[in-house]
Design a protein around this ligand. Structure first.
Ligand code: GLA
Length: 711
């Protein structure tokens, strides 16, 4: 300790502490400043080739997890009020610990503490070396004598210093999910968020792409692609300051959600999952896919069932005979599983339309006098599996459940009930409701262990949200709802670790990696018109691997069966169509296409995705999947529209081995097609295919070509 000129004892400045985290191709470096003991973000970008350069990084004043109340001038990552009413927080570095989980995964825990109040905040970074993905979450704890209130609690805060920032966001609505929009960020704040609670992602999916300096392409540009693993209200906040620095704050939406945190208890945020690519959006997607296939999607290494669903063909109107016929069709066309959708339950208020019955999960005795058991048996005899639809978080006011447990339902006192699709949301924060929801699945599986698949729906968002159970803690509702949902799913997964479950929410209204920890796949949209579907699936493909994206061949859209089939094939394929209505040729075509799909699904589900031509830029959409060994690939070419005289350039392939020679084979050819594409049957080197390309696809609108490429 030295002495200052005025005789005061003076702290000697401590040395800076560097905390480098990274993956194979990314560096994220934090620095504890010896000057003030705070943690700063010093760098995020492409891996620095010389390790010594890390020590030269400056922090540019970017506080890693900015607080509110002391000297921060911009949006904070965290804000809280202490027991004594003091509304400020200061965080100083205490220690950090590096935990090597295995050859791929490392977790770095950085502990910060308020020097005055007993509040501790730990930043956790899980780095996935080979996948080039970083997962970040935060834990907040305190030892004050009474609860503190936290108003903001970001999962992650990242800083960027670029000349320009371009944000790609994915907006939508029912039947028009994942519309991609790219715009330049300007000074001030831009927020992407949702406040819908249960069907939380109906208008906005919790994903974004940020391009630094200029717009990025598929193969060029510095890009951050991120997504929040949280099935409820989220907020992504982008703030550009007066120096043109950008801070990106992501996490649970703090809106109407101040949280009273008890002493000694931790508040753990959901995970922000992100990647950085200096080769554009294509690589960013592949990084996320690699991560998702290994860590993000439940049982991604296991096979998936192709299925026939009955929703589009029967709606609520079916009986045992109709279902038996559909089970026959499932087998006949070559699919693995029959999925019985909405309408099979409730007796006092039968589920014959969407106005009644939700909540009463007993077989409807008129439609199914012999119960689910006989359908499971029927499927077994026919050699297919049986799956079933549920929507366990919801209730129709016209139901026995509503009559019996009015307090189990979210609705405001002193206000009229507010319906959406004639239904209300159950109060999952109530442990009795959690038990009920658990029992919907457990009850069915206990009674009918042959059930091999669930479609778990959630058809409305929250409005008039008020929980009798939470009493004076109404601002906890949006958070507790999601936590309770996860705890039910966790308990189900302990008992049934591998039963595949499709996540659905009136189409794609709830899609995120928090849920995909428990679900094997998700229903991307109720819109199965293949033209629309190309855009929807294109949007999801930036963040979610195709194994998780369910696409069905239906009668939406007037395009040919081939076009509809080819579109459904670039994901997890299923059918929801009247097979009986097929001509002989159509049946033969579909049987062959399903056989092709089964043969190639490993490449489609787990291969590397290359988006070659975007439907947002041209009148076609072209993409391909390549397996890890680069010995097999599948190419999908769709012509969406064609102006008079429009010609299309050759398709230049990507991701192949230039030294290998590949055979080109068109598949999914209609039995009465005059001849396959002229390239079919030819062989080319990977080098040729990636430089000269293929003359493939037609100039006829709404046509498609699928090509199998084999070494
Ligand atoms: C939602 C789903 C549909 C179907 C219906 C049943 O809209 O997205 O696929 O299951 O519910 O009511």
């Amino acid at each position: 300790m030295g002495t200052s000129p005025v005789g005061q004892p003076q702290m000697q400045q401590a040395a800076d502490v560097l905390i480098p985290l990274g993956t194979k191709n990314i560096d994220l470096v934090f620095k504890v400043s010896g000057r003030d003991g705070r943690l700063y973000q010093a760098f995020l970008g492409a891996k620095l080739s010389n390790v010594e350069d890390i020590s030269k990084l400056r922090d540019a004043g970017h506080i890693a997890y900015a607080t509110y109340g002391t000297d921060n001038l911009f949006e904070p990552a965290i804000r809280m009020t202490h027991n004594d009413g003091n509304p400020s927080l200061e965080l100083k570095y205490v220690s950090h610990q590096v935990e090597k989980v295995d050859g791929d995964v490392t977790i770095t825990h950085i502990k910060l503490k308020d020097p005055v109040y007993p509040v501790e905040v730990t930043l956790h970074f899980k780095t996935f070396t080979d996948e080039n993905v970083i997962e970040q979450w935060v834990e907040i704890m305190h030892q004050e004598s009474k609860p503190v209130t936290i108003f903001n609690y970001a999962s992650s805060m990242l800083h960027f210093d670029a000349n320009k920032y371009w944000l790609t966001q994915f907006h939508g609505d029912w039947a028009e999910e994942m519309r991609m929009q790219e715009s330049e960020l300007t000074s001030g704040i831009k927020i992407i968020d949702t406040k819908l609670g249960s069907r939380a992602h109906m208008y906005q999916t919790p994903v974004f792409i940020l391009s630094l300096n200029g717009k990025s392409g598929e193969n060029n540009g510095d890009v951050i692609a991120g997504t929040l693993g949280w099935s409820g209200n989220f907020q992504f906040l982008f703030e550009i300051d007066e120096k043109n620095s950008l801070r990106v704050i992501t996490g649970i939406n703090p809106f109407a959600s101040e949280y009273s945190l008890q002493s000694g208890k931790s508040f753990v945020t959901p995970s922000m999952i992100f990647t950085f690519s200096n080769q554009g959006k294509g690589l960013a997607s592949r990084n996320l896919h690699h991560w998702a296939l290994k860590y993000g999607v439940m049982d991604a290494s296991k096979p998936r069932y192709t299925l026939l669903n009955n929703w589009e063909t029967t709606g609520f109107n079916f009986d045992e005979k109709k279902l038996a016929d559909l089970i026959d069709d499932t087998k006949k066309i070559g699919l693995d599983l029959f999925l019985l959708d909405d309408g099979w339950f409730a007796n006092k208020y039968p589920r014959n339309n969407d106005r009644a019955g939700l909540g009463d999960w007993q077989e409807n005795a008129v439609k199914l006098p012999d119960g689910i058991g006989s359908l499971v048996k029927e499927a077994e005899i026919k050699g297919v599996k049986f799956g079933i639809w549920i929507e366990p978080e919801m209730v129709n006011p016209k139901s026995e459940l509503y009559e019996k447990y009015p307090d189990w339902i979210l609705k405001l006192p002193n206000r009229p009930e507010n319906y959406y699709r004639n239904q209300l949301v159950l109060d999952l924060s109530n442990p009795q409701v959690q038990e009920f929801v658990y029992n919907v699945v457990d009850g069915l599986l206990t009674k009918y262990p042959g059930i091999a698949f669930f479609k778990w729906d959630c058809n409305r968002m929250m409005t008039n949200a008020y929980s009798v159970y939470l009493n004076d803690k109404q601002s906890h509702l949006y958070i507790e709802y999601v936590k309770s949902l996860y705890s039910v799913l966790e308990k189900l997964r302990q008992k049934y670790p591998h039963v595949p479950m499709m996540l659905c929410s009136g189409g794609g209204g709830r899609v995120d990696y928090g849920a995909l920890h428990y679900f094997t796949e998700f229903w991307a949209s109720d819109n199965t018109d293949p033209l629309e579907r190309i855009y929807i699936q294109w949007g999801y493909s930036y963040f979610f691997p195709s194994i998780s994206v369910c696409n069905h061949v239906t009668s939406w859209g007037k395009q040919s069966l081939k076009f509809r089939t080819d579109v459904a094939m670039m994901g997890k394929m299923g059918y929801d169509i009247q097979v009986k209505g097929f001509t002989e040729n159509e049946l033969k075509f579909s049987q062959d296409a399903i056989a092709n799909y089964k043969r190639l699904s490993d490449i489609i589900w787990r291969g590397d995705l290359y988006r070659l031509i975007s439907p947002y830029e041209e009148n076609r959409a072209v993409l391909m999947y390549v397996n890890e060994a680069k010995s097999k690939a599948v190419l999908f070419v769709y012509t969406l529209n064609a102006r008079y005289g429009e010609t299309f350039n050759r398709v230049i392939l990507q991701g192949l081995d230039p030294a290998k020679t590949y055979k080109i084979q068109e598949i999914n050819v209609l039995p009465d097609a005059r001849r396959p594409n002229m390239e079919s049957g030819r062989s080319y080197t990977g080098d040729y295919l990636m430089k000269v390309g293929l003359n493939i696809g037609s100039a006829t609108p709404l046509t498609s070509t699928v090509v199998e490429i084999s070494e």
